[in-house]
Write a protein that binds this ligand. Structure first.
Ligand code: IPD
Ligand code: CA
Ligand code: CA
Length: 268
């Protein structure tokens, strides 16, 4: 396995890192080439052959080092042994960007051990940015410790959000909430990879992020990154959230949490 700066990480985290780097290399090689694209349920909910290749590589890499693993992966669903070790995997978060040659996409791998998040890795192959968190050991970006931002006023914040694919059937579609924030004159971005949005919030690039209907593979790694970087993750109405619950999610630096929650709840 590759050498990593954070020598204190457990083997599980090092395995997640190497699996993400390897999958990232596959995506980097495929980026900008000709590849097959198929549509999943919902308009623009795409899958490319590189989603599948990256996922296969992650599953086989992890199975080699941790044979007694259970998996929850976006493309192949649940698989593996019955085990207290559950890997939650998005092999390519930001497929629409990838398919349109927009270099904002990531690999996201989280490990849930005995029901609790143990480590989370988000890797952005084009920028070579590797975000890693391990429970009680902190959050890091390419070896440098991460802290959420210090911004304490909503008016000084930079926010990001995502829109779900199933806008037509999802009542909490984020559009009014997006407009509410725009009307307050607050900068707001939609990057197209929830894992990157959340990792950037952990890194203090964004002060807050919200979306609805995220799947565990979109947010599990990011949730641990935020928590280990000193931020806060709840549902929009400020209740505790579970990384597999699919509740509307709100991630912030903690300081603007209640203010942003109040703005979101105005339209609920
Ligand atoms: C999507 C991205 C996007 C978010 C969607 C996700 P995918 O994941 O994270 O930013 O808005 O809700 O489904 O399909 O690119 O893996
Ligand atoms: Ca995703
Ligand atoms: Ca995906």
């Amino acid at each position: 396995m590759a050498e990593h700066k954070e020598k204190t990480f457990s083997n599980y985290t090092l395995i997640a890192i190497d699996a993400a780097l390897q999958a990232g290399e596959i995506l980097r090689q495929g980026y900008g080439t000709q590849f097959s694209i198929t549509q999943k349920v919902g308009i623009h909910n795409l899958v490319t052959e590189f989603d599948l290749l990256a996922e296969k590589s992650i599953l086989s890499f992890i199975s080699k080092y941790v044979p007694k693993s259970q998996f929850l992966a976006e493309e192949s669903g649940a698989s593996g042994e019955t085990s207290e070790i559950l890997w939650i995997i998005d092999p390519l978060d930001g497929t629409v960007n990838f398919a349109h040659q927009i270099p904002v996409f990531s690999v996201s791998i989280a490990l849930e051990k005995k029901g609790e998040l143990f480590c989370g890795v988000v890797y952005q192959p084009i920028t070579h940015e590797l975000f890693v968190a391990e429970k009680n050991k902190g959050a890091f970006l390419n070896g440098k410790e991460l802290k959420v931002s210090n911004v304490s006023k909503l008016s000084d914040s930079m926010i990001s959000l995502g829109f779900p694919y199933n806008l037509h059937e999802n009542p909490h579609h984020c559009i009014e909430h997006f407009v509410d924030i725009l009307r307050l004159g607050i900068p707001i971005r939609r990057l197209g990879s929830a894992a990157i949005d959340i990792a950037y919030t952990a890194a203090g690039r964004f002060d807050g992020f919200f979306e609805v209907g995220l799947s565990p593979w979109d947010c599990a790694a990011g949730i641990l990154l935020i928590e280990e970087a000193g931020g806060k993750v709840t549902s929009w109405d400020n209740r505790p959230i579970h990384h597999r619950a699919k509740d509307p999610i709100l991630c912030t630096n903690g300081k603007i949490h209640t203010m942003l929650s109040n703005v979101l709840m105005q339209n609920e």
